[in-house]
Design a protein around this ligand. Structure first.
Ligand code: NAG
Ligand code: NAG
Ligand code: NAG
Ligand code: NAG
Length: 425
């Protein structure tokens, strides 16, 4: 039975494919997309030649799902990885009165399709995940929240669920008319309070709230690299703007070790004993660096399909200079930044008013957001190892390698080089 493991893998793949097909079949209704998504057929924004919102729309009018007035919507995507500060960036959008924000809806795709292969690098798994993810994102940007229901377990009855992942992180889902528990004056509902006090989520109301808002923002940590999103970015029915958030991989590693204690157990053992366990899962590190490298290389090579649609943000810059960086983000989005965003920054960061104090570590109060605190948490040999593994991407993003334990622990020595990444248009 030497080949039995192959059989197991084949079986697993087959079952994934079947599950995905089943879901596609069950929810095939909203899939009547325009025959060929090209500006000629749909004439929606993104195609400069067909700016007139009426002319050229005909191809899409048969499909109510896409009949929303997209010409005024910006579809914002925060493309990040876990523990890179994406919740913070999400908040910068969530706080805006005109933005409908969803926190990581692809969580549901992953848990439904690939429950135990959550970090699978298998090419077939990956294709299935990405195909489903793009479909879901496309629907959600169109405020079709029912589409998400096929991935929620248990399947919502009467379009109502209390299982939406991190519902409480979305302001619109914790306030009227979606939730009646809080009045308009309760500006900042805590995530836990939202979940405790709001009745189960009525997806119909949530979708209405989404349509009410001028723009939609979605945080995504389950798409490995920007190239995987090309079909979505090029879809003329959407007006996607990608904010790619990166962070020093050494910081990500440190933060994950603290947060995902089981998954990163062997790394903790390394840190505690000073010896690298022989069975350490190195892909937990190499994946981050490879994905960053390929994503950032794509972004910085300025391909035509990302023109005006891509902004690279280093978490460290944001955490040093939250207000200024946030203004740049809103500039890129082409949206006015509103007062509530500014107030949220003031309330949640230190040093945000000192825009000129360049080397002050004005970081977010939230412990996870302390951008360079990893230096005090990782041992030098772990850092050295990470630097060797991620050399290219560290260099590309302007993170300095340290050459000794003294350098590592000397916090007056910044490891973040000044580097500007200007969105290209
Ligand atoms: C879409 O909305 C914009 C801004 O609200 C408006 O100017 C435009 O006329 C609308 N287009 C259609 C086809 O309704
Ligand atoms: C759904 O709504 C129908 C009609 O209002 C009701 O009879 C049924 O019990 C509801 N189902 C659940 C699971 O709440
Ligand atoms: C959800 O909200 C819609 C729109 O207000 C309403 O018609 C529907 O009855 C609500 N569903 C439930 C289960 O309360
Ligand atoms: C820390 O780095 C600074 C700046 O390079 C240097 O002046 C200082 O001597 C260093 N401190 C220690 C303890 O090495």
């Amino acid at each position: 039975m030497q080949c039995s493991w192959k059989a197991v893998i084949l079986l697993a793949l087959a079952s994934i494919a079947i599950q995905y097909t089943a879901i596609r079949t069950l929810t095939s209704k909203p899939f009547q997309l325009c025959p060929v998504p090209s500006p000629q057929n749909c004439g929606l924004p993104g195609s400069p030649e067909t700016e007139s919102p009426i002319e050229g729309r005909a191809g899409c009018d048969d499909y109510p799902y896409f009949s929303f007035n997209t010409s005024r919507k910006t579809h914002i995507m925060v493309l990040a990885t876990t523990r890179s500060g994406s919740s913070f960036v999400g908040q910068l959008l969530n706080q805006h009165a005109d933005i409908f924000y969803l926190f990581e809806p692809l969580y549901h795709v992953q848990t439904t399709l690939i429950p135990r292969l959550s970090h699978s690098r298998n090419a077939a798994d990956r294709r299935v995940m990405l195909g489903a993810s793009r479909d879901l994102l496309r629907s959600l940007y169109g405020c079709d929240l029912y589409f998400l229901e096929s991935y929620i377990k248990p399947v919502p009855a009467n379009h109502t669920t209390d299982k939406l992942f991190r519902r409480g992180a979305s302001r619109a889902l914790c306030s009227q008319p979606v939730c009646d528990a809080f009045g308009p004056s309760d500006a900042n509902v805590e995530e836990g309070d939202c979940v405790k006090r709001c009745a189960a989520l009525n997806m119909t109301l949530a979708a209405d709230a989404c349509r009410e808002k001028r723009h939609v923002a979605i945080k995504v940590v389950r798409v490995p690299e920007i190239g995987d999103l090309r079909a979505l970015v090029e879809d003329p029915r959407l007006n996607i703007k990608v904010i790619q958030l990166v962070r020093d991989p050494r910081g990500i590693l440190s933060s994950r070790i603290e947060t995902f204690r089981d998954t990163y157990r062997l790394w903790r053992i390394w840190r505690a004993t000073g010896r690298r366990p022989y069975n350490l899962d190195l892909s937990q590190l190499t994946m981050v660096c490879e994905d960053f490298l390929s994503s950032v290389s794509t972004g910085l090579s300025h391909p035509h399909w990302l023109k005006g649609k891509y902004m690279l943000v280093r978490y460290e810059d944001l955490s040093r200079n939250p207000l200024l960086k946030t203004m740049e983000i809103y500039d890129f989005l082409g949206l006015p930044m509103d007062k509530s965003v500014e107030e949220w920054i003031q309330a949640n960061t230190r040093g945000s008013t000192e825009l000129s104090a360049k080397h002050k570590y004005g970081t977010v109060r939230d412990s996870a957001a302390n951008a360079e605190s990893w230096r005090l948490k990782l041992s030098y040999d772990m850092v050295e190892y990470t630097q060797a593994t991620c050399q290219k991407v560290l260099h590309q993003l302007g993170y300095k390698a340290v050459k000794s334990a003294e350098e590592l622990k000397n916090m007056s020595l910044s490891l973040v080089q000044d580097k500007t990444f200007v969105p290209f248009s």
